[in-house]
Ligand binder design. Structure first.
Ligand SMILES: C[S@@+](CC[C@H](N)C(=O)[O-])C[C@H]1O[C@@H](n2cnc3c(N)ncnc32)[C@H](O)[C@@H]1O
Length: 441
């Protein structure tokens, strides 16, 4: 890429050649439907005047309040006001980093756009729910009483770890206290189903903006393709593409295989799939349990027993595997796929994924869709051999530049056809980018 670091927080294009188109998909205010805020005492603990909610000032642990923040969805600002009032009324003690006393550490607020309701997660410094009581119940009761229509659901996440991580990795630390398990968002193509999120799953900060990006991803996939999606979250990009192509004449996708390392996504994905009309996902009536949900408990048990978690049931065009990106590839998820969609975290692609994409295409490798029918040893398989189009969605520009350099200088035969930047987070210095790569003929 013809960009260089300028020593600041941004990179500069050497010559504006018009290659990198920039899109501002939404207004610059009110776009943030997902916020995580840190909590601190308003004054001293004996004053009992409740908690303050905000962000750490850069490089410090001083909390900066952001009342009526312009980029927040109005429901988030309202929720913060309700939290301030309620914590003052019931005397909730914020967690202190210094004394390690007090309970409330962080809050996560997620707006369900079509209802304007907020799913609230209270992150409490406790090892188990019982140790957060009775302060936790006092607070949630007051919040529900003070504004009964605002809250979609309330959750508690117990986190007494010493560091700054907002959430621990254990799904056992999550407790749903009230309301619905899932925040629902419409798939952004017509009225053909929903995406389901919980506080345990990844959800984009600017959902309106990402809807537009998801349609652009769908349009960049040739009709009739077989698609493998890594880093899929709840399956937002894959399912949007499946629905989009079902509405194009003679262009339905053949299949979409999604995967992600977070096991909590599987329940969400299964729900979404059930909400999409059968003629789009082609369920087969193969008996009563074909759409059966896996409970969180069953999921934990399967993981403890080392069983693979997936919903790859016959008759469905879309399937889900819980696995890291590298493991998903080596399980054959991209075998037979024409298109690979990746949307990794800021640090970019896993080394294993890059390594596969950088291998030269092996014209002697048979084109099959399952490793079970591959007749060559695993060590010499090119797990992305059939992929002709790579759709790379990036939220970390530095990592994208480095991954791009590796792909383009490799023997994988890749060319970068298009790159589009999306100003998804106005007011911040982050840009979301879609890069479309093709293999040279
Ligand atoms: C930027 S999010 C994209 C999710 C999805 N495209 C969306 O828009 O909702 C990145 C996802 O990568 C997953 N992830 C992070 N590291 C991973 C890895 N090594 N292997 C597989 N998934 C990973 C996270 O769980 C998260 O769901």
């Amino acid at each position: 890429m013809d960009v260089y670091e300028n020593g600041e927080d941004w990179v500069v294009e050497e010559v504006d050649d018009g290659f990198y188109e920039v899109v501002v998909p939404t207004g610059i205010t009110g776009w943030r439907t997902h916020a995580k805020l840190v909590v601190t005492e308003r004054s001293s603990s004996w004053a009992n005047d409740g908690c303050m909610f905000g962000l750490y000032r850069r490089g410090t642990h001083d909390v900066q309040e952001i009342p009526n923040c312009a980029v927040h969805h109005p429901a988030i600002n309202l929720a913060v006001q309700e939290l301030e009032k309620a914590t003052a009324k019931v005397g909730t003690a914020a967690f202190s980093r210094e004394s390690r006393e007090g309970g409330l550490r962080y809050v996560q607020l997620q707006v369900e756009r079509w209802t304007g309701k907020v799913s609230l997660t209270l992150v409490w410094a406790a090892s188990e729910l019982k140790y957060a009581q009775p302060a936790l119940s006092r607070l949630t009761k007051e919040l529900s009483k003070s504004n009964p229509v605002l809250w979609h659901s309330m959750w508690c996440h117990c986190n007494e770890s010493p560091g700054n991580n907002i959430f621990t990795r254990s799904s056992k630390n999550w407790y749903k206290l009230s309301g619905n398990e899932f925040v629902r968002e419409p798939i952004s193509v017509g009225e053909y189903g929903w995406l389901y999120f919980t506080p345990l799953t990844f959800r984009q900060g600017n959902m309106d903006g990402f809807d537009i990006l998801a349609i652009d991803v769908a349009k960049s996939i040739p009709g009739g393709s077989k698609v493998c999606e890594l880093y899929a979250g709840v399956g937002l990009l894959g399912l949007t593409s499946l629905v989009h192509h079902s509405q194009q004449p003679n262009e339905p996708l053949v299949w979409v295989r999604c995967s992600d390392e977070n096991p909590a996504n599987l329940r969400s994905f299964t729900r979404s799939l059930s909400s999409i009309p059968a003629n789009i996902v082609e369920y087969q009536s193969s008996g009563g349990d074909s759409k059966k949900d896996v409970t969180l408990g069953e999921m934990m048990k399967m993981m403890e027993e080392g069983k693979q978690l997936d919903n790859d049931r016959s008759g469905q065009k879309a399937s889900y595997m819980v696995a890291s990106a590298g493991v998903a590839l080596k399980s054959g998820q991209a075998l037979g796929a024409d298109v690979l969609v990746v949307d990794p975290p800021r640090k970019g692609l896993e080394e294993e994924v890059l390594k596969e994409l950088c291998k030269p295409v092996n014209s002697n490798q048979p084109q099959v869709e399952s490793p079970k029918v591959l007749t060559i040893p695993d060590e010499i398989v090119n797990w992305t051999n059939d992929v002709q189009t790579l759709v790379y969605v990036s939220c970390g520009f530095d990592a994208l530049v480095s991954d791009c350099d590796q792909l383009l200088s490799s023997q994988g035969g890749w060319t970068l056809d298009r790159a589009t930047g999306y100003v998804l987070f106005p007011g911040s210095n982050h840009v979301e980018t879609i890069c479309i790569f093709h293999r040279q003929e």
